[in-house]
Design a protein around this ligand. Sequence first.
Ligand code: BEZ
Ligand code: FE
Length: 288
Amino acid sequence: MRSVTKDNITDVFMGYLSQDTDPRMREVMGSLVRHLHDFARETNLTHDEWRTGIAFLEGCAAVESEDHHEFVLASDVLGLSSLVDMLHSTPSATSSSVLGPFHVSGAPPLEIGGDMKRHYGGPVLLVEGTIRDEAGNPIAGAELDIWQTAPNGMYASQDEEQDTYSFHGLMTVGDDGRYCFTTVKPVEYTVPSDGPVGDILSACGRHPWRPSHLHYIIKAPGHRTLVTEIFPEDDPYLDQDTVFGVRDDLVMTYHQKPASEFPDGLALSGKVTEPFLYVEFDVTLASA
Ligand code: BEZ
Ligand code: FE
């Protein structure tokens, strides 16, 4: 096309897409460019604003490394990561939620009833539940990968004071699908905000806080792997999670119980002297 105008440029672009291109590639790329062009037309995007956008992408690339994923963080705070998740969730299964960048694979095994709190201060949280399939049957031998921050709001990979697998555990559930562990009550914390994504958050008048949560990855043969989180219903950031990870079925009540009701047979049995918190979180996995 020789005479490209602001009104026909989108059609011209579509015409440049080769008929031999993979059909899904044509669909995704065509839609992306159509929305990009509409966005520029709709906002009457200026050169300065366009340059600011390019500088943002360059800034993300400059700080990107093996353990710092600024582009993923950008996708998280724009709601894209959560939207993609929700587009592909199974309604009959437990909702998925964001993975985040702080999971360390290869965590040491955590026995059923084991403890992740160790010497850390803060309220003991006892978590238990059953992993089931969509028909409600327990999934024997499902694997539960658990991680969270320390009470200082930092993950092991962010904090020199913690060892590699601090507040990480890998549990294999029993024949009854049950899991159970103790930890310290998670705290709310901020996502990394010292890079270009932090600048976008401030420019939009947004904060970088996430409500407190426990992360799970649950795997079982014949089932879809579930990446999810559990949130307490009284968290002040529940309605304003900066990465849009909260779903109704992931919000749980943490019940306070006297130390005398702490169950026997767990790693911390006999050692809990203060009131503790208790949450039951059952999980349904979708079939593969
Ligand atoms: C997290 O929950 O660990 C997390 C999720 C998204 C971005 C940053 C952190
Ligand atoms: Fe997290």
